[in-house]
Design a protein around this ligand. Structure first.
Ligand SMILES: Cc1cc2nc3c(=O)[nH]c(=O)nc-3n(C[C@H](O)[C@H](O)[C@H](O)COP(=O)(O)O)c2cc1C
Length: 159
């Protein structure tokens, strides 16, 4: 029998396992940051666009307000620990690229790094945004897309 319950009790049943991503952003001082995100989706075929929902308290929110690009990283199984690092620490306190030993290429749009170990990576420019309660939805247009055929996509959580 279906029951009406509090949203947290309902959502806990339906949201996992999930695809999760990371978004690379640039800090105002020019260093790069990474955030783990469960809330993202494709929003347009042509031109290709993806939306990410970022909490107002996240440092990544400050970064996106300052620099209007993000790289969407689809993690490989090898990046499980990096996902955890980037989802539990703030770029206000640590340099996640150094802490995570992240290797990268400059990319083709060349605004933000493309992660070498990722299953896929999309170089995006923010084209629109909308406030959604305590988060902001940033919609990015994809300019260049990268795929790593040596890597398998990671689903969260996976043992
Ligand atoms: C599995 C997972 C999914 C998450 N999804 C989101 C999300 O969709 N949006 C968001 O704002 N934060 C999300 N977070 C929380 C941020 O990743 C976390 O607060 C992070 O430390 C913020 O880093 P920053 O302060 O450097 O931006 C998620 C965390 C985890 C572990």
């Amino acid at each position: 029998m279906i029951k009406q319950l509090d949203i947290s009790e309902v959502y806990s049943k339906v949201h996992l396992p999930a695809k999760v991503v990371m978004a690379v952003t640039r800090k105002p001082d020019g260093q790069f940051n990474l955030i783990t995100l469960e809330w993202f989706m494709r929003t347009s075929i042509q031109p290709p666009m993806f939306a990410i929902s970022v909490g107002h308290t996240r440092y990544s929110h400050d970064c996106l307000e300052d620099y209007r690009y993000f790289n969407l990283v689809f993690p490989s199984i090898q990046q499980k620990e990096l996902l955890s690092l980037c989802g539990t620490n703030s770029g206000r306190d640590i340099d996640k690229f150094t802490a995570g030993g992240v290797e990268f290429l400059p990319g083709k749009l060349a605004k933000l790094p493309v992660l070498k170990e990722a299953a896929a990576c999309l170089e995006c420019e923010v084209v629109t945004q909308v406030k959604s309660g305590d988060h902001t939805i940033y919609v990015g247009q994809v300019y260049y897309s990268w795929r790593n055929d040596d890597k398998q996509l990671y689903y969260y959580p996976q043992k």
